[in-house]
Design a protein around this ligand. Structure first.
Ligand code: UPG
Ligand code: MN
Length: 563
């Protein structure tokens, strides 16, 4: 089947192609539905006719319950099978349609929360991998939110800013594909090709030793502080500074307007933020952190395109923003586009992946199905947002409480941040822990509060508002992240997800009622996730019931001769 091009006279930036087995899927759904009804009929019959014995009654009821849940879950998965599509994008054609000068600016928001669970060096690697994007540098800003409020993380970023002056030109010179320094130096390509590689590798190793030493010792000692600016920054960490109670710390580590790399080329902006925390105000976990990042970035750069990343998820392809532009610059896909979502891919999974951490169905297969509807859900990382979509529905823009946060506000580029105390003090103000009181942040604006899975909830509400999203799944994975590696971590993650999803399922925005009413099949797809934790009921029942029934001599499956 030929792909449908979305432009006519301009070269195509992207194509959409329906997946061929869709018709078969629909026929299968009809047949299967009939089979499910037959099975449910059998259960009801057993309950009413043969259910004299109380034990048989209980067993039959449990089986009926299990099968109703399984049938419901099966019905919700049909949403993914009705209209799956494949998309392709052609970044090579982009230059013919938009000039790099006209590319929109990009703000990258990275969240980290704990210097011991999420080593600063790995966060730094993530940041360096996106700072080295093949994108006009003066349009690129990286904001890091440190919810751990750790001087160790700030120290690592100060070192990273110095290393970046060497690393970015190195990536450009040799046109590296792998721009995460750790991944690059551990791969074989780093050893063979480039002569000056050993020099930069040494530099990286020196930074690594320094950062790891500081993390191990648990504090930034005087010997590690080189200048007055650094000393002033670390002076915020007084004795009463704890991760749960501290003032806002914002450090502009690199600035496009003044910092140059070793070849004299611009550097992207790099800003470290640790928002104010107080035990008496809710911090709303990652959702709160992202909203602070949205506000601080609005004040400093206000880029129309915003990438959110978890600290463990680094770029694996420097062309990724250009792929996104293939959708954002295309008049056919741009209307109502809220975000372009890349799948979460994981490095270092064991060959057999015994905990099924790859989540292939969640992040790849189901997304193809949702992409043919209103688009994939937001998974918290690897998503490029149009900033405007976080401020109300496509038709009604919600104005934030101060004009500087408005998505159309233009930041005065001639005035560098370091020369603008007013800008810095406003940035501190919007990162305050009480700033959001009596505002629409978290309810109508930004990342939404109300569920532990803020990503799922926010994407869902955006879709309900009328926005759509696009799934971009290039052959070379755009990002690689870390999956939980121990059973305890995995169980904790699943527990958090289960609670968060049920919070949505039992809210007034329940996808089965509100979701399906507002957006049909997409609502059904969302219902599949929000009710995902109830899989546990049939699984538990089917795991134990047959054995118990057998032991007490009850037959639970129909005999062929019964019918
Ligand atoms: O108070 C907090 C808690 C977490 N984080 C950051 O949030 C990210 C995700 O947290 P993690 O503990 O790694 O959760 P996971 O379950 O692995 O994350 C998945 O599930 C989350 C909730 O649905 C999504 O936000 C993530 O993007 C998605 O990768 C990390 O970068 C953390 O640093 C914060 O910034 N502040
Ligand atoms: Mn994670």
């Amino acid at each position: 089947m030929r792909g449908k091009s979305s432009g006519t006279e301009i070269p195509p930036l992207n194509t959409t192609e329906p997946i061929r087995r869709t018709a078969l899927n629909r026929v299968f759904a009809v047949v299967y539905t009939c089979a499910i009804f037959a099975l449910l009929y059998h259960h009801v019959e057993t309950l009413t006719i043969r259910g004299r014995n109380p034990l048989v009654l209980v067993v039959s009821f449990c089986l009926l319950l299990s099968d109703v849940i399984l049938a419901l879950m099966w019905a919700t998965t049909q949403a993914f099978r009705m209209r799956p599509i494949h998309r392709r994008e052609f970044p090579g054609n982009l230059q013919k349609v938009v000039r790099p000068r006209e590319f929109p600016a990009l703000d990258v928001l990275i969240c980290t929360a704990d210097p011991y669970k999420e080593p600063p060096l790995s966060v730094v690697n993530t940041a360096l991998s996106v700072m080295a994007y093949d994108y006009p540098t003066e349009k690129l800003s990286v904001y890091v939110s440190d919810d751990g409020g750790s001087a160790l993380t700030l120290f690592a970023f100060m070192e990273a800013a110095k290393f970046a002056a060497h690393w970015l030109p190195f990536c450009r010179k040799f046109n590296l594909m792998e721009r995460n320094p750790h991944a690059y130096f551990s791969s074989s390509s780093s050893t063979s090709t480039h002569a000056c590689c050993s020099e930069i590798k040494m530099m990286y190793e020196r930074m690594k030793v320094k950062v790891e030493h500081v993390v191990e010792s648990g504090k930034v000692g005087d010997e590690n502080i080189t200048g007055d600016r650094e000393r002033e920054a670390f002076s915020k960490w007084t004795d009463d500074f704890t991760r749960h109670e501290h003032p806002t710390v914002i450090q502009v580590l690199l600035e496009t307007s003044k910092d140059r790399d070793i070849t004299g080329h611009f550097m992207p902006n790099l800003v470290y933020i640790s928002r104010e925390k107080s035990k008496t105000s809710p911090h709303r976990f990652k959702a709160g952190a992202l909203n602070v990042l949205l506000r601080v970035s609005a004040i400093m750069t206000n880029a129309p395109m915003v990438l959110t990343l978890d600290c463990d998820m680094s770029s694996n392809d420097p062309q990724t923003p250009l792929r996104v532009l293939c959708y954002i610059s295309d008049p056919a896909t741009r209307p109502n586009l809220s975000f372009v979502q890349f799948p979460q891919r994981f490095r270092g999974l064991s060959k057999n992946d015994i905990y099924a951490s790859e989540f292939k169905r969640l992040f790849l297969i189901n997304f193809l199905g949702m992409d043919g509807l209103k688009g994939p859900n937001y998974v918290g990382t690897g998503a490029f947002f149009c900033r405007r979509s976080l401020f109300g529905s496509p038709s009604t823009l919600i104005s934030p409480e101060i004009p500087q946060l408005h998505p159309n506000h233009v930041v005065d580029k001639d005035k560098p941040i370091h020369e603008s105390p007013a800008m810095l003090s406003l940035a501190h103000h919007v990162a305050g822990c009480n700033y959001e009181n009596q505002t629409k942040w978290g309810s109508k604006m930004g990342i939404r509060y109300g569920s532990l899975v803020e990503d799922y909830y926010t994407g869902y509400l955006l879709h309900c508002e009328g926005w759509r999203s696009i799934f971009c799944n290039p052959d070379r994975p755009a990002f690689y992240g870390d999956a939980p590696t121990t059973l305890v971590d995995l169980l904790n993650q699943h527990k958090r997800w289960a609670i968060g999803l049920l919070e949505v399922a039992f809210s007034r925005y329940c996808p089965i009622t509100f979701g399906i009413r507002t957006m049909g099949l997409t609502g059904l797809a969302y219902a599949h996730y929000s009710f995902w934790p109830i899989w546990s009921i049939p699984i538990m029942l089917y795991a134990f019931l047959p054995q118990l029934a057998l032991a007490s001599g009850i037959s639970i499956f129909p005999k062929v001769c019964h019918h």
